[in-house]
Design a protein around this ligand. Sequence first.
Ligand SMILES: [Zn+2]
Length: 666
Amino acid sequence: MNSVISPEKIDQYLKHLTSVPHLAASPRNNKLADYVLAEWKEFGLEDVHLVPYDVLLSFPEKISVELISPYYQKLNLREKIYKEDPDTQRTDVGIPYNAYSRSGDITAPIVYANSGNPQDYEYLEKKGIDLKGKIALVRYSTPYSYRGFKAYTAEKRGIAGLLIFSDPNEDGYAKGPVYPEGPWGPISHIQRGGIPYDFIYPGDPLTPGWASIPGCQRIPEKEALSLPKIISVPISAQDALPLLKAMDGEEAPSAWKGALPVPYRIGGSKAVVHMLVKMNDPIKRIFNVIGCIKGTEKTDEIVVVGNHRDAWVFGGYDPSSGTACMIELARALAQAKKAGFVPRRTIYFGSWDAEEFTLTGSTEWGEDHREWLKKNLVAYLNVDSSASGKNFSVQAVPSLFPLIVQALRQVKDPSSGQSVYDSWKSGPSEKGTIAIASGSGQINPIGSGTDHAVFLNHIGAPALDMTFSGDYGVYHSMYDNYYWMSHFGDPGMHYTATLARIWAHMVIDLSCRHLIPLDYETYTRELRKYLEDWAELYDSRRKKSKGLFLLLSDMEKRALVLTPYLMGKKTGIEHIPEENIQKANQLLIQIERDFTDPKGIPYRDWFKHLVFGARYTYDVLLFPALTEAAEAGDEDKVDQSLLDLEESVKKATLKLEEISKLITTN
Ligand SMILES: [Zn+2]
């Protein structure tokens, strides 16, 4: 498998995928659906087909932003052309915009609100600035929050218009050499992106919780809770500069200051801006591409791998490097099949559409096949983007930790020559990560922001998302293209090939082992850690959480017995009757589902998982219902959430017990 996967082939796919901008529902992105379909058919995948959904998308017709006082200046709203990079000279890169911004025409004084988080506006209010009807200028990052959360926060504060800029402090010249000399964003780069409130529900805003199959029912736009009611435009640092220069008022706190050569004032009176945004929000047809490698058909168990195909512009790293990686994964596995490889379980490949809008294609497919997936989905393995550098980075549910480690041990790091596992565990650790028992590598708890959401948060299946990360300052700009990938992100495509190999090992392990290799010992241990962190904040004497801790100990005991069997360390598994194996696997699949609540979590019932969630900012939120209840000081809800979790752990423990009876009789 390692030698079949070819960096040269990946490079060819990437060149093709990135040669023309391919926004969702554009003729080019639909052509790329046909391209993926044709490649997969040629490789020999089975049942390859397009799956159409009709969904609400959002495109700009006209956007202009101008400073009208104290002097006139029209903002450029375009990125600079470079002669080295022919892609930047194309005329079809489109108007940079925020998808699902409202249309509007407003003229108002501008305030600077740092990152646009609630505490930023509180600071301005304390300074006596009236926010109602103002235009807010905010920055991406520092502290990071999802741009849709910035829009949501501004809307709640009565802000009329939002301008979001990329400060060179976060992703530009303050970090290092900028494009086209280096990987960081030049001063004119613009981060496009959707601003839907997908933390309430992702997918088509007009079909919350059901699939947008052609002809389906829809709610009116005004009832769609995921649609913003504010107008918003993304701008470059270059365009933010004249606005910041024109602003008066007090100087902003030092933490609010970035790398632009201005004092960063909070504004509020002197500088007046005119924003005109005319959007067109049509229902458009999008296409997922689905294909599979059929298993032995002893069971209906399935493993799904996925990546999105649509890009804001050329999509060099995000997502076409991931798409190229998945095409090559399909080729390698299809070739193995021709050589006689038949997995026990069916492997599905999903090329999702319109992820950039609101995780649309994957969400609609997940909702479309909810009952089938609930019953049969073993795990979902996502690669949004494959390599912007050399640092392996993964977010996952704990039952998949050993699978990850196992795969990393079997694949070589192209730079060091040692295993990826060895480079990874000695690498720099990221903030907010957790160590695993079998090494000092770091696996991040899984949050939100890409296509795994429907599978993990809605269906309740084990999921992961992985990449090789590095210096990357051109996110959602037109500079995220082939030139960037081949000069900075992954020259020679060696790390993308490495990721395809890691992915292949995981898929083979999950689809071939008699007993599904999900590790509930690690799962339980991690749950206890999450609960300890929670208790330290909200229940340090463990008055309320004691019962749950006890139940977790019980679950861990049950899981420990099974670990050698599930992790393939026990001989004699072949003597277990096939019928028992099948029953055990069906139970194993359902354990993650035990941690979901069909009612969903409060205020956003699309999200069913009781352990893994995300904040509105996209930050990981463990025990979402429990934590939010504790933060709100709602003791009744805390009690209820603890009871729900106790129920989940009890159900899971019972299943582990049943599995023991089925497979450990000797
Ligand atoms: Zn992406």
